[in-house]
Design a protein around this ligand. Structure first.
Ligand code: PGA
Length: 257
């Protein structure tokens, strides 16, 4: 793993966006794996500014979607992507993929989605956030490290964390369709962005903990091309922080990993 520690959220997010743009410059029709969540908003803001109404030539596959929400629901990840990125960069809808939350048969939808990723040639660059509980996508703790796209039950903590975004009369989804950990590990390159003190325990476990389904992000230790971008607050619990900062001062990338 390449560990890049930046002074603040703005610089970590800007570098994440710069790396995505560099991939698109080298490979305009790249297949991107995309993530949602608050952490990604500054990344998408930078992409909107840089890409404009081109229209976009990349293909994207999002990590996950809530079961039961149509793409028009303001809390669906389809809606998040439409408003945060897709509309602004004029990404043709045929190139923008998310699991369909309102599919009549969610299990069949998960199988279809996994096959669609393979049919597109796999993911060139996967963007990941990190849950405070160590989840990647909606692969909650104890997810199989070999899992493929499937339905997952969300933990009580994830459901209650999400409840604040839903109206008082709305049912907060308890199920999601998510790429599996095995699906994510098949990506050719991975960028994980985690910022803020709330992520410092998960970041330390992911980088320096033993590989275990109890912390799904530890599976990334098995991937040969992972870059972790974090701010100083998220780096606070790393035991080998001095080492990472010596190799990559201020998040600078060197040729050595
Ligand atoms: P967040 O979510 O960016 O909203 O913290 C990250 C995640 O749960 O993957």
């Amino acid at each position: 793993m390449k560990i890049l520690i930046f002074p603040d959220v703005a610089t970590a997010s800007a570098e994440t966006a710069r790396r995505i743009l560099a991939t698109l410059a080298a490979q305009p029709c790249a297949v991107l794996g995309l993530a949602t969540g608050g952490t990604m908003k500054p990344v998408y803001e930078a992409l909107r500014t840089a890409l404009g109404q081109s229209p976009a030539t990349f293909t994207s596959f999002n990590l996950d979607e809530y079961v039961g929400l149509p793409s028009t629901h303001p809390q669906s990840y389809a809606y998040y992507m439409k408003t945060q990125l897709f509309d602004a960069v004029a990404l043709p809808s045929a190139q923008a993929h998310l699991p369909r939350g309102d599919a009549p048969d969610p299990a069949a939808e998960a199988t279809r989605y996994e096959a669609a990723i393979a049919a597109a040639g796999g993911i060139d660059l996967q963007l990941l956030g990190l849950g405070a509980n160590g989840h990647i996508g909606f692969n909650e703790p104890t997810s199989s490290l070999a899992s493929r796209t499937r339905i997952k039950t969300l933990t009580h903590k994830t459901v209650t964390d999400n409840a604040r975004y839903f109206g008082p009369d709305e049912v907060v989804p308890r199920l999601a369709i998510t790429m599996g950990i095995g699906t994510i590990l098949d990506s050719r390159a991975i960028l994980l962005l985690a910022t803020g003190a709330g992520k410092r325990d998960a970041v330390a476990r992911m980088i320096e903990g033993s590989i275990s389904a109890a912390c799904p992000a530890t599976a990334l230790q098995l991937h040969a091309n992972v870059t972790v971008l974090i701010d100083e607050a998220a780096a606070a619990n790393l035991k080998l922080r001095d080492y990472y900062e010596t190799v990559h001062p201020g998040g600078a990338d060197e040729i050595y990993t």
